[in-house]
Design a protein around this ligand. Structure first.
Ligand code: ADP
Ligand code: MG
Length: 680
C-alpha cells in the first residue's frame, strides 16, 4: 500500500477505505472523528494470536490460534440450534460453533478437507473443545495476518477487533513522514523517537500501557508543549499591543492612610507588581493567587484607585450577586471622600437604573462599575475601560480569558483573582499566559482556625457547644455532602440534618443547597449575613469569597468524602473576623490510613498551596475543585502528578526556543491536540 498523504491525518475518518456511514458513527461514539484520532487512540492491552497451538495443548478460556483441516459441516434444520463445523489436526478434534450464520457463508469459509487457520476463545462443552463465533477464519496463505500479537483497543458496539484493524493498520502502517518539531539533539538527549516511529511504537509495543515508558513520555511531552504554545501565543498577542496610560497613586495612598489596618508585606509586594504593570506600556495580564482570607479585595480596589486617577474606568466582576455587593459596599466605604463615582449592576438591576448605568459608562460619568457577569454583556460599552478585574475566576479557561482581553481594548489591563490554591504544574498549564502574583501570608492578627476531628457517633456532644456559641451571637455552618437522603450513598443529607437541627434550635436555622435557585440562595445568605439566622445547614454551595466575619464554627459531615483543598476552602469560611475559628470534621468509624493522613495534613497546615500539593499527591489529579470546566481536563495523556518532570522540562524548552506557530511543524502539533483553533 502507498503511504497515506500527509493531509489525510486531519481528514474525517470516512476518507479511509472501508468506512461507511454506520461505522463512522460508531467511531464517533468513541470520539474518533479524524484520522489523527486513530493515532491517539492507544491500545490498552494486546491479544497474542501469534502461536499455532495443537489441539491437544489447548487452554480453555484463552484466545488461541489453531491450524486445522475441515472435516464436517453440520446445519441442523431446527430453529435456534447452532451450526457446527468439525475440524481436526494430528492431535485432536474441535468444534467451531456459529449462532445466526448463513449456510452459504460458512460453506465458503470452511471448504471440506481444506486446511484453515482459526483464532478465537477456546471453550469446553460436552467433552469437546469448541470455539464459538471465532474472531478469524482464514485459508493458510493468509495466516500471517492472523498469527500476530494484536493491539487491543477499547472499542464500542459495532466495531470488533477485525474491523478496527482494517482501519487502524491502514493508518499506522502507512503513516507519512512529518517534519519533526524537535531538534535532533533534543530527541537524542531524551531518548525520544521521531514522531512517526514513536506513534508506531505506541501501537505496536506495550509502551502505551506504561505511562512512564519513553515512548509514552514523548507523546505526553508533545501534549504539554502544545498546551504551553497556546498559552504563550495568547500571552504574546496580549503583550504585543501597546497601551497609553498615565499613572498616579495619590488617591490610593490616601485610602491606605485611612485604612483601619496595615497591608501585609505580601499585599504590598503584589500591589507593587500591579503598579509596575499599570505603568508599563504593555498590557497587564495578571492573576493574583491568594488563599481564602488573604485580603485580595483591598489590593484590587487600590489598583482601581490608581487607574481611575489616570482617567480610566474600571470594572470589577464577581461570580455572585452577594459577593459583588460585598465588594461594592467596601468600595463605597473606601472611596467615600473622593469624587469617584461607583455603581452596582447585576441581572436584577431595574431597567431604569440599568439604562442610566449603561449611559454613564458610555459617556464616562461613571468611574467604577461593580457587578456580576452582566458587566460583560454586549450592550455594555465603556468610554475608556482601563482595568477589568474578575474575582474568583477559577472557572475561566484560556478561551474565555482571551475573549475578555479582547473586549477591553488595547488600553485595558486585566487582573484576575483566585482563592483556589493549585499546585505548580497546574498553574503552569492553566495560567502560563499570565503573570502570577501570590499573596503568601494572611493578615497577622487573624487567629489560625482550630481544626478538630470527631467520630460521628459522638455527634451529641456538639449540641451544647453550638448552643454556647449561638448564645453569644456566633454563627455556625453545618455542611453535608448530599442534599437529600440517597439509597445508594451512605452520606448525610442537608435536608435531614436541617430537620434535626431545626428542632433543637428553633427559629435559628436555615437550609441552603444547590437545587435552590440563585435568588433564593442569595436571600438566605443575606439573612445569615444580617444574623437573622445563626445556623446555616448547607451542601458545599456557599460561595468561597463571601466574608462572614461573624461565623466562627463550621462542622463538616462525612469529611472524608471531600478533597483536602475543598475542606480547606470550607474551613476558610470561618475565622475571617476577630473571633477564634473552629472547624470540626465528622467521620464515620474505621478510617483508612490514607484518610487519617489527610486529616493530619489539614490539622497541621493552614497553607492552601501546601494542602493543594498534598491533596494532588494523595488523590491524584483532576479532583481539585472548581477546575473541571477550566480546560485542564484537556490533557488526555499528561498527568500533572505523574509527569511533573515533563511539565518542568516543557517550561524550560519553550523558553529556550523561538516558536513560530505559522511553521507547518507546529501547526501540525497543535492540530494533533485540537489546539490550533484556540490561537486563531
Ligand atoms: P480574600 O483574599 O479571600 O478575597 P478578603 O479580601 O475578602 O479576602 O479579605 C478578608 C478580610 O480580611 C476582609 O474583612 C478584609 O477587610 C480583611 N483584611 C484584608 N487585608 C487585611 C490586612 N492587611 N489586615 C487585616 N485585615 C485585612
Ligand atoms: Mg475574595
Amino acid at each position: 500500500m502507498n503511504l497515506l498523504k500527509k493531509d489525510i491525518i486531519f481528514s474525517d475518518v470516512n476518507k479511509l477505505k472501508g468506512i461507511g456511514k454506520k461505522l463512522s458513527k460508531y467511531l464517533k461514539n468513541r470520539k474518533i472523528e479524524k484520522v489523527k484520532d486513530i493515532l491517539l487512540n492507544l491500545p490498552y492491552s494486546e491479544t497474542d494470536r501469534s502461536k499455532i497451538v495443537s489441539l491437544n495443548k489447548l487452554e480453555v478460556g484463552k484466545i488461541q490460534t489453531i491450524r486445522v483441516i475441515v472435516k464436517k459441516l453440520n446445519f441442523p434444520r431446527i430453529k435456534n440450534l447452532p451450526n457446527k463445523i468439525v475440524c481436526e489436526d494430528e492431535s485432536g478434534k474441535i468444534e467451531i460453533v456459529y449462532f445466526n450464520s448463513r449456510e452459504g457463508y460458512l460453506r465458503k469459509l470452511f471448504p471440506i478437507n481444506k486446511w484453515v487457520v482459526i483464532s478465537g476463545k477456546i471453550s469446553f462443552f460436552n467433552k469437546k473443545y469448541q470455539i464459538t463465533n471465532p474472531d478469524y477464519v482464514t485459508s493458510l496463505d493468509k495466516e500471517e495476518y492472523v498469527k500476530q500479537i494484536i493491539p487491543k483497543y477499547s472499542l464500542t458496539k459495532g466495531i470488533n477487533e477485525k474491523k478496527y484493524r482494517l482501519i487502524s493498520e491502514q493508518v499506522i502502517n502507512n503513516l507519512p513522514d512529518v517534519e519533526e518539531w524537535y531538534e535532533n539533539h533534543f530527541l537524542k538527549k531524551n531518548n525520544f523517537l521521531n514522531w512517526k516511529e514513536n506513534i508506531i511504537a505506541l501501537h505496536k509495543t506495550k509502551d502505551s500501557q506504561n505511562n512512564l515508558s519513553t515512548t509514552y513520555k514523548r507523546l505526553v511531552f508533545d501534549e504539554i508543549l502544545a498546551n504551553f504554545i497556546v498559552l504563550s501565543e495568547n500571552r504574546k498577542k496580549i503583550k504585543k499591543k501597546k497601551k497609553n496610560k498615565s499613572f498616579k497613586s495619590i488617591i490610593s495612598n490616601e485610602i491606605l492612610e485611612n485604612l483601619s489596618f496595615q497591608l501585609t508585606k505580601s499585599q504590598k509586594d503584589v500591589l507593587k507588581e500591579i503598579n509596575l504593570d499599570l505603568k508599563s506600556n504593555t498590557r497587564m495580564f495578571r492573576i493574583i493567587q491568594g488563599d481564602v482570607g488573604s485580603g485580595k479585595t483591598i489590593v484590587s480596589l487600590l489598583s482601581i484607585a490608581n487607574v481611575v486617577e489616570s482617567k480610566h474606568q474600571c470594572a470589577l466582576m464577581a461570580p455572585t450577586e452577594i459577593l459583588a455587593k460585598q465588594h461594592f459596599d467596601l468600595a463605597k466605604k473606601i472611596f467615600i471622600n473622593t469624587k469617584i463615582k461607583i455603581d452596582f449592576l447585576t441581572g436584577k438591576t431595574e431597567i431604569k437604573k440599568r439604562r442610566k448605568i449603561i449611559n454613564d459608562l458610555e459617556n464616562g460619568d461613571l468611574h467604577i462599575i461593580i457587578g456580576t457577569h452582566s458587566l460583560f454583556q454586549k450592550k455594555i460599552n465603556f468610554k475608556n475601560l482601563g482595568l477589568a478585574i474578575i474575582d474568583e475566576q477559577h472557572k475561566f479557561g484560556v478561551k474565555q480569558r482571551s475573549k475578555l482581553a479582547k473586549k477591553g481594548g488595547d488600553n485595558c489591563d486585566v487582573l484576575l483573582m483566585s482563592a483556589t490554591p493549585i499546585p505548580r504544574t497546574m498553574i503552569m498549564s492553566l495560567y502560563g499566559d499570565m503573570d502570577i502574583s501570590k499573596i503568601k501570608e494572611k493578615p497577622a492578627k487573624r487567629k489560625k482556625t482550630i481544626t478538630l476531628s470527631k467520630p460521628e457517633k459522638k455527634i451529641n456532644e456538639l449540641w451544647s457547644f453550638i448552643n454556647k456559641q449561638t448564645n453569644i451571637g456566633n454563627q455556625v455552618f453545618w455542611v453535608c455532602p448530599l442534599i437529600e437522603e440517597s439509597s445508594f450513598l451512605d452520606y448525610s443529607s442537608a435536608k435531614k440534618k436541617f430537620d434535626i437541627i431545626n428542632k433543637k434550635f428553633p427559629n435559628k436555622v436555615a437550609l441552603i443547597h444547590g437545587a435552590l435557585d440563585k435568588t433564593e440562595k442569595e436571600k438566605i445568605l443575606n439573612k445569615f449575613l444580617k444574623k437573622e439566622i445563626l445556623i446555616l445547614v448547607s451542601t458545599t454551595v456557599i460561595e468561597v469569597g463571601i466574608d462572614f466575619p461573624n461565623a466562627n464554627l463550621i462542622i463538616i459531615e462525612n469529611a472524608n468524602k471531600f478533597g483536602l483543598a475543598q475542606l480547606h476552602q470550607l474551613r476558610g469560611r470561618v475565622g475571617r473576623g476577630e473571633k477564634q475559628g473552629v472547624c470540626i470534621l465528622l467521620f464515620k468509624e474505621g478510617l483508612s490510613k490514607n484518610a487519617i493522613k489527610r486529616i493530619k495534613i489539614l490539622k497541621e497546615s493552614d497553607d492552601g498551596f501546601y494542602i493543594a500539593e498534598e491533596d494532588m499527591r494523595l488523590r491524584g489529579f483532576g479532583d481539585i475543585i472548581g477546575y473541571q470546566q477550566s480546560g485542564i481536563k484537556n490533557f488526555r495523556f499528561a498527568d500533572p502528578v505523574v509527569h511533573e518532570d515533563l511539565f518542568m522540562l516543557a517550561e524550560k524548552y519553550i523558553s529556550s526556543i523561538d516558536i513560530n506557530t505559522n511553521e507547518t511543524k507546529y501547526t501540525f502539533l497543535l492540530k494533533l491536540f485540537d489546539k490550533a483553533e484556540i490561537i486563531n
